[in-house]
Design a binder for this molecule. Structure first.
Ligand SMILES: [Zn+2]
Length: 232
């Protein structure tokens, strides 16, 4: 393979083959030592946990919602309504909820994007969809499964987006019990970005959050969206 034969073909040096959820360049926490937490809810595909969203609004809890193009196609009215809520910020969770790679590397049995072109479509295709439907261009991006390779991280930044990860796995893909979710949430430190899900109404994410909220508030924690200026 010759030098300059294309972005994807430069994936030869060892550091550039790095792959994971915690690579340099992926935002995993807020740059703040204040008592703030960022709750993030992924809408990967599937259903809509309306009870969870109502609970957040009822309790005045701000949150960032990472929404895939697939989810928007299934729930266009719900998306439009969520995008209008001042407590919520909308982030981009990819057009087809793919792990972000330039080689097709995947995670959890989901094949990743296989080239720079495919990566671009995954990121920009859904950014356009969100902008067309909500009027706001999302700048925050979380890959499907939150897995990236180093070149994808670099390319996403060059496209003008911030790759986002997490440092607290709040609900294990909405598979945890309410008690487990509470326990996870209480491990959060000031500035934590917490990963939760809003696409599994049969899960216990709302229940777990309700169990943890009183203690988090007692600790003086407040909730912010990821795009609040000064907290990045
Ligand atoms: Zn997801």
């Amino acid at each position: 393979m010759t030098a300059g034969s294309g972005f994807a073909e430069q994936d030869l040096s060892t550091p550039k083959r790095a792959w994971g959820q915690r690579l340099p360049g992926i935002r995993q926490r807020l740059q703040s030592s204040a008592n703030v937490l960022a709750l993030t809810f992924d809408a990967c595909g599937g259903g809509y946990d309306r009870q969870l969203m109502d609970m957040l609004l009822h309790n005045h809890v701000a949150a960032t919602l990472f929404i895939s193009g697939r989810w928007i196609d299934r729930h266009p009215r719900e998306f439009a309504w969520l995008a209008q809520q001042p407590l919520f910020s909308i982030g981009n969770h990819g057009l087809e909820h793919k792990p972000c790679s330039v080689t097709g590397r995947g995670a959890y049995g989901i094949r990743g994007t296989g080239s720079v072109d495919e990566l671009q479509k995954e990121v920009q295709g859904n950014a356009k969809k969100i902008e067309q439907l909500s009027g706001c261009k999302p700048t925050l991006f979380r890959a499907g499964t939150a897995y990236y390779d180093a070149q994808a991280v670099d390319f996403i930044q060059k496209m003008g987006y911030t790759p986002v990860g997490f440092n607290v796995n709040g609900d294990g893909g909405a598979s945890y019990s309410a008690k487990q979710i509470k326990k996870q949430l209480l491990t959060a430190k000031p500035g934590s970005i917490i990963l939760l899900h809003m696409n599994r109404p049969q899960g216990f994410t709302a229940e777990g959050l309700l169990l943890a909220l009183p203690e988090l508030k007692q600790r003086g924690m407040t909730f912010v969206t990821l795009d609040v200026k000064g907290l990045h």
